[in-house]
Each structure stands twice: as C-alpha cells, then as structure tokens.
Design a protein around this ligand. Sequence first.
Ligand SMILES: Cc1ncc(COP(=O)(O)O)c(C=O)c1O
Length: 489
Amino acid sequence: MFKLDRTSATPLYRQLYAQAKERILSGALPPGTRLPPERTLARRLGVNRTTVVNAYRELAAEGLVEGRVGHGTVVLGPPEPRGADAVRPMPWAGPTEAEEPLVADINAIIRRPGAISFAHGEMSPELYPAEAVAHLMQQVLQDPAALGYGPIAGLMPLRQAIADAMGVTADQVLILAGSQIALYLISRVLLQPGDTVLVEMPSYINTLGIFDSAGVRVVPVPVDQHGLVVDGLDELMLRYQPKLLFTLPTFHNPLGVTLTPERRRRLIQLAARHQVGIVEDDPYGPLHFTGQPVPTLKSLDPGGYVIYISSASKAVSPALRLAWIVAAPPVVERIARARGSLDFRAALLNQRVMEAFLREGLLAEHLGRLRPALKERRDLMLEALQRYMPDGVSWYVPEGGYHIWCRLPRPLTARRLLTEAGREGVAFVPGDFYGAGQMARRGLRLNFSYPRPEEIGPGIARLARAVERLLREEAVDGGEEASISGPVV
Ligand SMILES: Cc1ncc(COP(=O)(O)O)c(C=O)c1O
C-alpha cells in the first residue's frame, strides 16, 4: 500500500503523509475509507508507531482525515471546492474498509510480469469445460423460455438430478447462486444475533465474514491432519450450546485435509446428542484423486442434522454461480422463502445448462479429465516441495481438492515469508488469513489448481529460496522484526 524509502532525506512520517494525501486527493482512498490502525500500519511498514501517528496528525490538520471513536482514522475526502457554482458531489460513501492490506500485498506480487501464483482459489482457465458449456448454451437457447425466471427453489429437473445423486428426494434440494449465498441465507434463517456457532479453525475465510455480519459468536474448533478434532467437542457443545457447527470435511480449504470415517461417525452422534445442526460445506468433494469418493456427512445422517452445501464452482466453473443445499424439507422451504427477498432466483439459463451437463453424462466425462489433471499438479507440487524445501518445512498431502498446507519451522511466520516471496515473484496466502493461532501463523496455503504445470516446480524453488533466506537471517539476528524491510509493493 505505502512504500517508504529509508535512504531518502525526507522523514518517514512526511513520506507516509504525502503518499496518503496523494491517494485521498486522487480519490484512490475515497471518503469514508478507514485507514489501517496506527499500530498495524507501523508493524507492516516496519516503523515506529509515532511515525504513523505523526503522519495521520498532519492529514487531520489539513482536514483530510478524522479520528472517530470506535472507527479509527477515517478519510474525509478532498476539501470542498469553493464558489457558488462548485458542484458538490452526493456524499454516498459510508465507512468502507480500505482493501485488506494482505490482499493488496498478494495482488501486487501477482500483477508483476513473470510472477507465479499459488494464491488463487480457482482453476487455470484451460481446465474449465468451455466447449461443452458453449455447446449446451446454444442447445438450451433453442427454447427461449430458458431466458425466463424459473421457480424459486430452482429448476425441478436439476433438483431431481442432484437428489438422485445424493439419494434424497427433490424437496430436500434447493438451488442457489453460489455457496456464499447459501451460507449467508443459512446464517440469516437459522441463527439469531447472539447465538453461538462452532467453526473449525483455520476455516474458509468468507464464512467467518458471514458469521461476523450475522452478529453470532464464533467458537473455534481445532483441525489437524485428520480433519476437525472431535475430542473435546462434547464439552464445547455442553458449554456453549451452539446452534450450528460449520465444517469442511472433505479436502478442506485451506488445509486440504479430510475428516476420517471414524470422526465423521462421532461427529454425527454428537450433533444428535446435543441437537446441533451441522453445516457441511463440500465444494471440493468431486475432486478426489484416489478413485473413490469420500462419503459425505449427509450420507451418514439419518436424523436430518446435516445441512449439506455443494457448488459447481470448484468442479465445473464458478462463473455459473450455482450451488445447492440438501437439507430437511422445512429448512429448504424456509431458505427458499428468504431467498425471495435476497437474489430472487438463480440464473435459469445456467441451471438449464447444468441440468443438461448432468443428463448428457458430460460432468462424468469432464471430471474424468479434471481429476488426473489436478492430481498431476498436486504431484508436481509435492515433488518440488520435497526437492527444494529446507529441513523443518512440512506439509499435508491432500487426497483431492486444490490446496496443500505447508508449515514453516519456528520462529518463521508466513507473513514474513510473503514479503520475501514477493521479491522472488511468487505468491501464496499466509495461513493467518484463515484464522488465528500458531498453526495459522506458520502455515501457507499453496494452491496447485491455478498455476500451469510447468510453473509449479520453478515457483516452489523460488519459495524455497525465500524460506532459506529467512532462515539465514534468523540465524544471524535472532529473527527480530527489524529484519522486515517493508511491505511487498
Ligand atoms: C470452502 C468453500 N466454500 C465456499 C466457497 C464459495 O463458493 P461459491 O463460488 O459457490 O460461492 C469456496 C470458494 O473458494 C470455498 O473454498
């Protein structure tokens, strides 16, 4: 975001002030933007907190920002033009967050020519079934009704096809425009502000945002190489009386791990004993590399405790914006009613395409190509990690999905590594993006579905060089924060 030049004669606080002012005047930081808290920015820039305090004070003196209780430092915008004819723009802006600094840092790396990204959450474009989708779009559009609204709970033949695949009835299936909306609606329909949910940690980051905005209390549950840690859950459920538990049991994002059959059984038993609903988020399930699908929690749940969500986003294409909830009919009905005032319908055209994709056996054909292609990329990444990473770095081996979780030796942190990796032109997502704690701080999510196969080895070699450099620095200076020379911009 900001870049300070320590060799310049201009004091650091003046540099920071000047850069922030320029962004405010250019509109890059619009009115209402919250500037990063002083302590956070100071840490990121590797400067003293007073440097940031002084810069913010100068901005405030010019009326460009204002300190607000409970909101930190907020941009007020450029001073208003004077004169009778001056156009005063409508003050739409409310308090928006500046771009999450970590995302800005990652994007800055990815944008550089020659950069290799292990930070994406999607596949490389050549893995999408573009030809089949183009053909089906044409076919489906032979019927102009495909451009209409369609039913509120989704296209019945698509609901039926999903129900058949899951061994349930169609009234248990609801089609939505992506898992993100599914999670949002579940939180609005089944939770009240002040309720407690158990969420495995680390977890898919956007879930945390949804629970946050629903005003519910999140109690973290640890995850290890065998998935959600079920020991201790009995006590957590007794103590917190949660309404729901959110889990990603198969090819977890970000950890890549899969819940064992034994833990699955115990989890269902505990849900039944404590009357806790389980939200099973399963977008990666079809992407297994072993030839055997992992049985879903839903398939082990005779009592209707599990609300299952899956999506076309990871196995087919996120552009279709299609996901489905499989749950007890009363849950489906309530969520269908609530979606009427949110997004109204999922795109009928895309539902028709998806339905034809399933009916004509094209999904099976596509997955038959996709699984080996993803497995090849995973294997290339595992080989490269083995070959290039120094001692002390370890990783989980995922049996499907998109991600490998890699752990750094103490006292390195993934945030520190990102700065070094940026210099090498390689990006990843630091683990603390997905939750707090030691495990997250030392973890890296490495995505293997986006980079081209020939980029994976060189990308991991670059990353390993960055790790080695940090380890050497560590040996010299004991790992003081001072060794961070600035943000990756
Ligand atoms: C675990 C998990 N759930 C949900 C989603 C969002 O999927 P959708 O595109 O269906 O909203 C993602 C996307 O990264 C994900 O990783």
